[in-house]
Each structure stands twice: as C-alpha cells, then as structure tokens.
Design a protein around this ligand. Structure first.
Ligand code: SAH
Length: 454
C-alpha cells in the first residue's frame, strides 16, 4: 500500500478492521500515493487536537450502528441519523473522518462526523482504506464534471449543475456553473470544512473566472450548525448579471441576489417540453420567477401571449428583463400574490390555453405534507377552471417530502372535484444534470406533470 494510503495506528479493538482487506477495491479513481504530509522531520509532532489534519482523510473514531440498522448503509445510503447510532468509539471532533461499523465490528463505510446535526455522519466512501483527502474529493469532482460533459452540458456560454449533492456522491455540496462562474451551495459541515480542497479541484476541472458561495447560511445549512455568509471564494465576481444561453434563448442570471443559485436549472427540459405545446395558446405562468417558462413558451413555443405572475418584485423585474432581452413582446409580467391573482382571474371569467404552476416548496417537512397537498389542490383546482377545453396544464411540485404518488393522487382528486378529464401526457422530473442516487431517494424532489384537460 502506498504511504499516503496507510491507515492510522489503531489500538487493538478500536474499530472494525479485520475485514478491511476484503473491501480494498475502489470504485473511484483517485491517483494513488499522494502524500500531504511531506514536512521535514525536524518539525515537532503536531498536538493531539490536529491529528485529523495530520493524517488527512483518515478516521479518528468508529461509529457503531445499532443492530438491525445497518442495512441502508450497506446499500450506500449516505445519511446516518443519531437514532441509528449505538455508540461511538473515540472522540471525534465535528468535521473529523469516522468509520461506520456494525455492532459485530464489520466495516460499512467511511464518512464525516457532525455532532451538531441530527444527521450525525455523512458517508462518502463505501470501501475500506480510502482516505477522504484532497485527491479523493478531486476524483469525485472530476467524475461529476465528466458526467456533465457526457450530457453535452459543457458549453461555456450555457449553464449546468455540475455537482448535485448525493446524486454525485458528495452529500451537502451543490455546484452550478453559469457561463464562466461557479455558484457553490454548501449544506453540510463536512463539505464546508473541505471548501479549499473542493475549490482547488473545481478550479482544476472547470477553470472558472470566479467561485461564489451562495445561499449557504439558509435552510438546510442551519440544521448543520453552519454559518457561511455569501462571498467570493476564488477569482472574481461578475460585475452584473451573467448571461447564459439555452437553445435559442438568453437568460440574465443574478448570481449574488437571485433565488437558488440564480436560476432554476432543474426545469430546463420541462420548459422546453411545455413550450412544444404552447403554440398559439394564451399562457398563464403563475410562479414565474425570472420568466423561465413564460419566455420559453413565448419565444421557442410561439405562444399567442403570456401572462407571467410572481409575488416577488425582484423576480418580476428579472422576468421583464429576460422577456425584453429575448424580444418577447407578448409577455405581460405582474407582481402579485398567486393565490389572490388566480382567484381574480377565475372571477373575471378569464380563460387560458395553457396554465403553468411551479410554486415554491410548500412542504418544508414531513409534518407539513397535508397542508402542502391542500395548497397544491387549491391552485390546481383553480388552474383547471382557468383552462379552456383541451387546454394544457403544466403542474409542478418541488417539495421533496410530497411524493410523486401523493402529487398524482392530489391531481386525481382535482379531476374528481372539477369533473374534467385530466390526461397526463408526461410525468417529468429534474433535468439530467440533477442526478438522484437510487440509494438516497430523498434527493428526488421535482415533479412536473404535463396534462391535457378536456
Ligand atoms: N418557474 C420558475 C421558478 C419558480 S420558483 C422558473 O422556471 O424559473 C417559485 C416562485 O414562486 C418564486 O419566484 C417565488 O418568488 C414565487 N412565489 C412564492 N410564493 C408566491 C406567492 N404567494 N405568489 C406569487 N409568487 C410566489
């Protein structure tokens, strides 16, 4: 074994090492034998607190899983909740590498510890003896970038999600490329502590003009005890919006103030699918953000006209600018509450040939599912009332805790209540640069149903 791959000295019985040799095959291809620890021998040994840094990527403790709770982790599920843990052998600091073992002492996987989160360990390697060091992260990042290249999404004038957290075996890391700039969202302490290595690898793989940290202190990152303010971590920030091309359209993306990391890349293919059916129709895009569906339907889809509504004035300013920029003169943009506006349109007897509903996440947790389903029911019910016979409904949900089945059942209930036939043409998900790990279906969140309503 090359020196850089040597295991740390372990006390007898300190962990599940006996079967390590059976797991030595690596699925990832980090070049072997790179040593971080090349300091001259005259240096004094580091204090015990820095042992993790001294042995980069090697475990400082073993986390033992409760009996009968190991199965998902053998199936490569990367989240170890506090409730699945029997005991911890050693005293890992937050951000330390730890091994996960069965109560019989069998190695399961290697991950990163965070006592501040209910998600105590995030697993990154399922083979023994793989250090979670800079070459390891580099290899994962290169693999993710290569996948986007294979998907044909490496055009520098366009945009793509380069890293999709668990879908790219990098739990808690999202990286979007907008032209020459990268927007990085970190939602795990594990990834936050390795930001330098991650940015080094991204610079090497993508050669961006700048890397921006975005939205990292919101939502999920709070659950991890993270406080990472938005900032430029490498290179330069764009001076103004970044313009990206998607087919025959150009989008201005606000990388410093925009929602998500600036644009809804996950809806790329769904916008095109909707546009294919928009010809000569009067279209309503109810939660339009920066005009993604609205402008695609107007320009690519040759819709008759588009009414685009969003509750955020910042969003509608972006939508207006994107419509103008693409010469979509038949797009009307309004700042209004969608629930109020949809009722007023129905009360006025307005009719549309296509209604697009892409609301924000209604359910932030499992407990909120029923409430979310009621909200989906309400907008879809009114949305259908607004559709002329033979109209097209494009209805989405980005709430991960609302399952595809729940969403379809909601639509079924809407069909019953409205007495109209809803013929589903397509049940779509997120664009392919948002891969979902079959071991972690929690990563599947976006539903987009395109249906004809009789
Ligand atoms: N379809 C868009 C993304 C929509 S994201 C695209 O493809 O780019 C959801 C949008 O809903 C956000 O822009 C948010 O500002 C808006 N929103 C949230 N609550 C709203 C409300 N009550 N009324 C109107 N818009 C709302």
């Amino acid at each position: 074994m090359p020196e850089g791959r040597r295991r740390p000295g372990r006390k007898p019985g300190s962990g599940p090492r006996q079967d390590a040799k059976d797991h030595r095959h690596r699925s990832d291809s980090a070049p072997e034998g790179r040593r971080r620890d090349d300091r001259p021998s005259v240096e004094p040994p580091p204090p015990p607190a820095s042992r993790a840094a001294d042995e980069p990527g090697l475990p400082t403790a073993t986390v033992v899983v409760k009996a009968k709770r190991a199965r998902p982790f053998f199936g490569r599920h990367p989240w170890v909740l506090d409730t699945a843990i029997e005991r911890v052998e050693g005293k890992p600091a937050d951000g330390d590498v730890v091994d996960l073992a069965t109560h019989e002492g069998r190695f399961i996987a290697r991950g990163i510890w965070n006592a501040s989160s209910r998600l105590r360990v995030r697993l990154y390697a399922f083979e023994a003896d793989v250090p979670l060091d800079a070459p390891f992260w580099r290899s994962r990042i290169h693999a993710a970038v290569a996948l986007r290249r294979a998907l044909g999404l490496d055009d520098r004038s366009g945009a793509a999600r380069l890293i999709n957290s668990e879908g790219d075996d990098l739990s808690g890391l999202i990286v979007d490329r907008y032209g020459d700039h990268l927007a990085v969202q970190v939602t795990s302490l594990a990834m936050a502590g390795r930001l330098d290595a991650i940015c080094d690898a991204l610079e090497e793989a993508v050669k961006p003009a700048g890397i921006l940290l975005r939205g990292a202190d919101r939502g999920l990152s709070k659950l991890e005890g993270l406080h990472l303010p938005d900032r430029v971590v490498r290179g330069i920030a764009p001076d103004g919006p970044v313009f990206i091309r998607e087919g025959n359209l150009s989008w201005g993306v606000d990388l410093t103030e925009g929602q998500k990391t600036g644009f809804y890349l996950d809806q790329r293919e769904n916008r095109r699918a909707a546009a294919l059916l928009a010809r000569d129709r009067r279209v309503l895009d109810l939660f339009c953000y920066s005009g993604g569906f609205a402008v695609t339907c107007a320009v690519t889809g040759a819709a008759k006209s588009v009414l685009a509504v969003d509750g955020s004035a910042k969003a509608t300013a972006l939508a207006r600018a994107n419509a103008d920029f693409n010469g979509a003169a038949n797009v009307t943009v309004e700042t209004a509450d969608a629930f109020t506006r949809i009722d007023s349109l129905a009360a006025a007897g307005e009719k549309f040939g296509m209604v697009i509903l892409d609301p924000p996440k209604f359910a932030r947790s499992r407990g909120a599912i029923d409430e979310a389903l009621r909200a989906y029911h309400r907008i879809n019910r009114v949305g259908i009332d607004l559709l002329e016979p033979g109209g097209i409904l494009v209805t989405c949900s980005c709430s991960g805790s609302v399952s595809r089945d729940d969403f379809l059942e909601m639509l079924s209930a809407v069909a019953q209540r409205s007495g109209r036939q809803i013929a589903m043409l397509e049940c779509r998900g997120a664009a392919p640069d948002h891969p979902v790990s079959a071991s972690c279906l929690e990563g599947e969140y976006l539903k987009c149903v395109i249906a004809r309503v009789a």
